[in-house]
Design a protein around this ligand. Structure first.
Ligand code: COA
Length: 281
């Protein structure tokens, strides 16, 4: 961590402590009976929101601990907690901060592609179906992470590849690096009248994951969804533990629309599922 970040973190902790002390003092004052007309009672009566008793310190502690527990499950690191604390303080001190945060939110793709293939800096996408594509796909979805490309996280059912490829409502793209097939993207259950579809993505070659290729491919595919298929709404469901996927989705502008608690049973364990959506303009 560089000096500026250390100082910023120390400042956040200092502010949080001072707010906590103030809130404890307030709570003690509220709990100490004193007579009407006494200076403390008058000061309290004049305070904005004085009619509502402040939350007990224990309530705040319990809420914080419960948030912490959830957030750890979603992969929050110490740096994320510092960022979160700083954002929360900013919003508490300036209620309009939410509006500016929205303005800074990642924007969906500006580029629209009317047809395939599309070519980006490091990857391209062409229609699925060249000779050898099926063998690649079969190999990729046999992988312990790649299988999520076929899995419906809402039903827990694994679609088979034949069904995926034959359903006329599905569009499948092959992601390539140069000429080499490296993964797949898909729009499932495309409903032209409703202008919506479900997004799936996969970098099938394990050694190529974590290099920004999944994000780039998803952005190109969204550009095709907008320009080629005329989509307005793109949605997806993902296991709450699939942090890489969630990070990409957030960076692309997707927002969580709901959390389905303990929705699917996978490998003997129940998992929460996030439904995320993106409105394309
Ligand atoms: C999800 C998937 C497509 C992501 O593609 P990728 O090329 O590996 O991802 P990227 O390199 O573009 O990474 C995007 C972000 O996620 C982060 N990330 C990737 N994998 C991660 C992991 N396992 N844990 C935490 N963060 C991860 C990256 O650091 C990056 O964040 P940053 O830009 O803030 O550093 C790929 O991991 C994959 O194919 N998984 C299996 C299939 C799947 O689960 N598909 C989603 C459901 S259809």
């Amino acid at each position: 961590m560089d000096d500026r970040r250390v100082q910023a973190s120390a400042e956040i902790v200092r502010k949080a402590k001072s707010l906590a002390q103030e809130s404890r003092r307030d709570a003690q004052r509220m709990q100490t009976p004193n007579l009407p007309g006494a200076p403390d009672a008058e000061a309290r009566a004049n305070k904005p929101g004085a009619s509502r008793p402040p939350p007990a310190p224990m309530t705040i502690e319990v809420a914080a601990r419960s948030f912490h527990k959830e957030a750890v499950g979603y992969g929050f690191t110490l740096a994320d907690f510092v960022h979160f604390a700083s954002t929360l303080l900013g919003i508490a001190m300036d209620p309009h901060a939410g509006a500016s945060a929205d303005a800074e939110a990642p924007q969906p793709p500006a580029e629209r592609f009317a047809s395939l293939p599309v070519v980006g800096r490091n990857v391209g996408i062409r229609p699925f179906g060249d000779s050898g594509d099926r063998q690649h796909l079969d190999r990729w979805v046999a992988d312990s992470d790649g299988r999520f490309f076929l899995l419906s996280t809402t039903s827990g059912r694994r679609q088979d590849v034949d069904h995926l490829l034959q359903d006329p409502h599905n569009h499948i793209g092959m992601v390539t690096a140069g000429d080499r097939p490296i993964g797949c993207v898909a729009y499932l259950d495309h409903r032209p009248a409703q202008r919506r579809a479900e997004l799936r993505k996969m970098i099938g070659e394990r050694d190529l994951r974590g290099r920004g290729l999944g994000r780039e491919a998803a952005l190109l595919w969204l550009g095709y969804g907008l320009g080629g298929l005329g989509l307005k709404k793109v949605y997806l469901t993902t296991l709450a533990t699939n942090i890489g996927n969630i990070k990409i989705n957030e960076a692309l502008g997707f927002r969580v629309e709901g959390i389905l608690r303990k929705e699917v049973l996978i490998d003997g364990e129940y998992h929460d599922v996030l439904r995320m959506g993106l409105w394309l303009e």
